[in-house]
Design a binder for this molecule. Structure first.
Ligand code: MG
Length: 729
C-alpha cells in the first residue's frame, strides 16, 4: 500500500490530476513518500460491479471496497477528489459510453421484470447518487478556509450582487406534515435489531428487516405527506405567478437519492398538472417517470402532438421558471440532479437573490424548499441580507464547521430505510423485543423514512468540536433545535460531555434559524465562529459560507478525522465540473482551480509526518503551503477564458514555488540539494513552458470519452509542455 492514496475520479478534477499527479509523485518520491491511486470514478465503479459481463482484460478491481476497508485503519491517508454522484441519466450515459467502447455491460433496466433484470437493476442502484462518500467517511468532518485562502479573499474581494430591502426573493416551505414536523426520535438504551412494517387493511408488509443498532443509537422516524406536498406545490406555483418572480425548486436529489427524486417528481407533476390529469394513462404507457424530470418526459412525448400542445398551453399559463441553461431551454425541472440546493441557494444568495429566467435575464425568485428541517437557514440568510445588505468579503470573518458525519449519520444514511408508501395504513418500527419504537399513520404516496446516529460518532463529534474551539478560541455554536425531536436527543449527549470537560461556557446551542442569524452577525463584525452541525448542515453550510466569503467552496480545507486514527483529505466541491469539461473539449481551456488539491496535499503530508514520524514529509508539506501561498499572492490561479492561463499553468507555478521552497529550506539539506536543480530548471524553462501551454489552447480537445476517457489522449491534452514534461519526467 502506498503512503498516500490519491483518488481517480471524474470530470474536471480528474483532468486536473492528469497534469498535477505526475508532479506530486515526482516530488514525493524525493522524500521516499509513495503516492498511489484508487479508482472511484463512476465508470470505474460500474466496471468493478459487473465483472461477469466483461472479458478478463477488461475487469477492474473494486477499489472503493478496498478504500472502505483502508479508512477503518490507522494507516489511511487518502486524498479524495470530488467524484460524480450519479443521477439515473448520468448513469445511463456512462453505461452507453462504456458499451460503445466495447464493454458488454447490461443496459440499465428501467422497469426490471426478469430475475436477471432485477439483479442488474439492484447493482446499478448501488452505484447511484452519493455512493462513495458514505463508504469513505468513517469519521467526522472538520472544514475551514486555510488562512492563506481567507486572507487572499479579504485582500481581493470578489463581486457580490446587491441585496435590496424590497427584493421579492423568498424561501417557501411547507406549513406542516413535512419531515420536520412529523419527526419522532428515541435513544436506544440497549443494542437492538429492528424491522419496519406497513400495516394496512390487507395485512402486514415488511419494508425492511434486520436493521441492527448498537446501544446509544439515536433512531428517528418521520414522513412527508404526499397530499400536503402536492397542495403546497400547487399553491407556490400560483403564488409565484402572482408575485411576478421565478419558480425554483431546490433539492438534494444526488445525496438524498430515494426521497428527493420523489419530491422532485411531485413538482414535475404539479407543474404539468393539467397534462397529467388529461393524459396520465398515455404518459404512463410511454414510460414517463416524472421523478426523472421534465427533460426525460419531453423526450418521451416529443412525437405526441396532442400532449406537446397541452404542455405548451400549461407552460404559457405558468410563471417563468428558474433556468439551468436559458440558451438551451434547460429548466430547473429538467433533470433532478441539475439544481442541487447546497450549490444553487448560495449562488442565488450571492447574486443578491437573483436567479436566471427563461429570457436570459436575472430576476427575483421564489425558492421552494418543501421540508422545514433546514430551509430556515436559507430563509434567515435571505432575510438578513434584505435587512442589512450584502456581505462584505473584504471585512467578513469566517464560519468554520465541525460536522457529525461518521457511520452514515442522520438523513444522509437514511436511503435503505426510506419508502414511498404503497397503501394507507400504519408504519411501525418494531424492535426485536416486540416493542414499537415509532409509529406513523400514513397515506398512499407518503414518503416515510428513518435516520439514525450512533453514539461513538456523536461523542467523537463533540470532542472534535471541543478541540477545535480550544484551538481557535472563538464563538462556537451547536446548531441544534431543542424543539426538534432528533436534535433534542443529540442535545442530551452534548450537554453532559461539555459539562464533564468543564467547557460548557464556551459553547452555545441554537436552532438553525437563530444560529444562522448569530453567525451572520458575527462574521459581519469581522469575527469568526465555529458551526457545529449535523450531517446535512455540514454539507449545506460548507458551501453557503465559503461561497459568500471566498466566492467558492472548492477552496475549503476539508479534513475527515477518521475514528480509527487515519486521515481523509477531501478537496472541495465539483458543482460546476461538467461545464469545465465542456469548455476543455471545445476550446482546450481548463478553468478548474486545483487550490483544493493543493490544500489537501499539504494537510496529507503533514498528517503523514505526524502519524509516521516522517520528517521529510513534514518539509514537503510546509513547502506545499508556501507554494499555495505563492499561487494566491502572485495571481496564478486559472482564468475562466480561453487564451489565458488555465489549470495547467497553475500546476507549473505550483511545481516551481514548491521546488523553490524546498531548495530554500534549511531543515533537510538532502531535500534542498535534490530540489535546487529542479527549481533552477523550472525557472529557466518559464518562457518555453508558458508558451507551450498557451499554444495548446483554442482548439477542440479529444479525451477519448467523457466518463471513461483514454489515458494516453488525456495525458497528451493535459501535459502539452515538452519542456515541463522533461523536468517532471
Ligand atoms: Mg455541500
Amino acid at each position: 500500500m502506498s503512503d498516500i492514496i490519491y483518488t481517480k475520479v471524474d470530470e474536471a478534477p480528474e483532468l486536473a490530476s492528469a497534469s498535477f499527479l505526475p508532479i506530486i509523485q515526482k516530488f514525493a518520491a524525493a522524500a521516499g513518500v509513495s503516492v498511489g491511486t484508487k479508482d472511484i470514478s463512476l465508470a470505474g465503479r460500474i466496471l468493478a460491479t459487473f465483472p461477469d459481463y466483461l472479458a478478463a482484460d477488461q475487469r477492474q478491481s473494486d477499489d472503493l471496497a478496498e478504500l472502505g476497508e483502508l479508512v477503518k485503519t490507522p494507516d489511511a491517508n487518502v486524498i479524495k477528489l470530488p467524484n460524480i454522484s450519479a443521477s439515473v441519466p448520468q448513469l445511463v450515459a456512462a453505461v452507453k459510453e462504456l458499451q460503445a467502447q466495447g464493454y458488454a455491460l447490461p443496459n440499465y433496466p428501467e422497469t426490471p421484470e426478469t430475475d436477471e433484470e432485477k439483479a442488474v437493476r439492484a447493482k446499478y442502484d448501488g452505484l447511484k447518487g452519493s455512493a462513495v462518500n458514505p463508504v469513505l467517511r468513517e469519521g467526522n468532518s472538520d472544514r475551514r478556509a486555510a488562512k492563506a485562502v481567507k486572507s487572499f479573499a479579504q485582500n481581493n474581494p470578489h463581486r457580490m450582487g446587491e441585496w435590496v430591502a424590497d427584493s421579492k426573493t423568498r424561501v417557501a416551505s411547507m406549513s406542516g406534515d413535512d419531515f420536520f414536523s412529523n419527526e419522532v426520535s428515541a435513544t436506544l438504551a440497549n443494542a437492538a435489531t429492528a424491522k419496519i412494517v406497513l400495516e394496512t387493511a390487507e395485512g402486514e408488509t415488511v419494508l425492511k428487516d434486520g436493521i441492527s443498532y448498537p446501544a446509544g443509537t439515536v433512531v428517528d422516524a418521520t414522513f412527508m405527506s404526499a397530499a400536503a406536498l402536492d397542495a403546497f406545490l400547487a399553491d407556490e406555483i400560483a403564488k409565484t405567478k402572482e408575485e411576478g418572480t421565478l419558480f425554483s425548486l431546490h433539492m438534494k436529489a444526488t445525496m438524498m437519492k430515494v426521497s428527493d427524486p420523489i419530491i422532485f417528481g411531485h413538482a414535475v407533476k404539479a407543474w404539468l398538472a393539467p397534462v397529467f390529469d388529461k393524459f396520465g394513462d398515455k404518459l404512463a404507457a410511454l414510460g414517463v417517470n416524472p421523478n426523472q424530470g421534465l427533460g426525460a418526459l419531453l423526450a418521451a412525448v416529443k412525437d405526441e402532438a396532442d400532449i406537446m400542445a397541452a404542455i405548451e398551453d400549461v407552460t404559457a399559463a405558468r410563471p417563468p421558471m428558474y433556468m439551468v441553461d436559458s440558451d438551451k431551454g434547460i429548466t430547473n425541472l429538467h433533470v433532478p440532479s441539475d439544481v442541487i440546493i447546497d450549490a444553487s441557494m448560495p449562488a442565488l444568495i450571492r447574486a443578491g437573490g437573483k436567479g436566471w429566467g427563461p429570457d436570459g435575464k436575472e430576476s427575483d425568485t421564489n425558492c421552494v424548499i418543501p421540508d422545514n428541517s433546514y430551509a430556515p437557514v436559507y430563509d434567515e440568510t435571505v432575510k438578513f441580507f434584505k435587512e442589512n445588505g450584502k456581505l462584505n468579503p473584504a471585512t467578513a470573518g469566517t464560519v468554520q464547521n465541525i460536522g457529525l458525519m461518521a457511520q452514515k449519520a442522520e438523513e444522509y444514511g437514511s436511503h435503505p430505510t426510506t419508502f414511498e408508501i404503497a397503501a394507507a395504513g400504519t408504519v411501525k418500527m418494531i424492535l426485536d423485543d416486540g416493542s414499537v419504537l415509532h409509529s406513523h399513520a400514513v397515506q398512499a404516496g407518503d414518503i416515510w423514512r428513518s435516520a439514525s446516529a450512533r453514539k461513538a460518532p456523536i461523542e467523537d463529534w463533540v470532542n472534535l468540536a471541543i478541540a477545535r474551539q480550544k484551538a481557535e478560541g472563538t464563538r462556537a455554536i451547536f446548531w441544534l433545535d431543542a424543539n426538534r425531536a432528533h436534535d433534542a436527543e443529540l442535545i442530551a449527549y452534548v450537554k453532559p460531555i461539555l459539562e464533564a470537560q468543564g467547557v460548557a461556557d464556551k459553547f452555545e446551542i441554537m436552532a438553525p434559524r437563530e444560529a444562522t442569524r448569530a453567525s451572520l452577525e458575527t462574521i459581519t463584525k469581522g469575527e469568526n465562529t465555529i458551526a457545529i452541525t449535523g450531517n446535512v448542515l455540514r454539507d449545506y453550510l460548507t458551501d453557503l459560507f465559503p461561497i459568500l466569503e471566498l466566492a467558492t467552496s472548492a477552496k475549503m480545507l476539508s479534513i475527515v478525522k477518521l475514528m480509527n486514527g487515519g486521515g481523509l483529505f477531501e478537496t472541495g466541491a465539483g458543482g460546476s465540473a461538467p461545464k469545465h469539461v465542456q469548455q476543455l473539449q471545445s476550446e482546450n481551456h481548463l478553468r478548474w482551480d486545483s487550490l483544493g488539491e493543493f490544500c489537501a496535499l499539504g494537510e496529507s503530508l503533514t498528517f503523514l509526518a505526524d502519524a509516521k514520524g516522517n520528517e521529510k514529509a513534514r518539509v514537503l508539506g510546509e513547502a506545499v503551503d508556501a507554494a499555495t501561498q505563492g499561487i494566491l499572492d502572485n495571481g496564478h490561479s486559472p482564468s475562466r477564458k480561453v487564451g489565458e492561463p488555465d489549470n495547467r499553468d497553475s500546476h507549473y507555478w505550483f511545481a516551481r514555488y514548491w521546488a523553490e521552497a524546498l531548495a530554500a529550506q534549511t531543515k533537510d539539506a538532502d531535500l534542498a540539494a535534490q530540489f535546487a536543480p529542479i527549481a533552477e530548471a523550472l525557472v529557466a524553462g518559464e518562457a518555453a513552458i508558458i508558451a507551450e501551454l498557451a499554444a495548446a489552447q483554442g482548439v477542440a480537445a479529444d479525451l477519448g470519452g467523457y466518463y471513461h476517457g483514454d489515458a494516453a489522449k488525456t495525458a497528451a491534452v493535459m501535459r502539452p509542455s515538452a519542456t515541463l514534461n522533461a523536468i517532471i519526467g
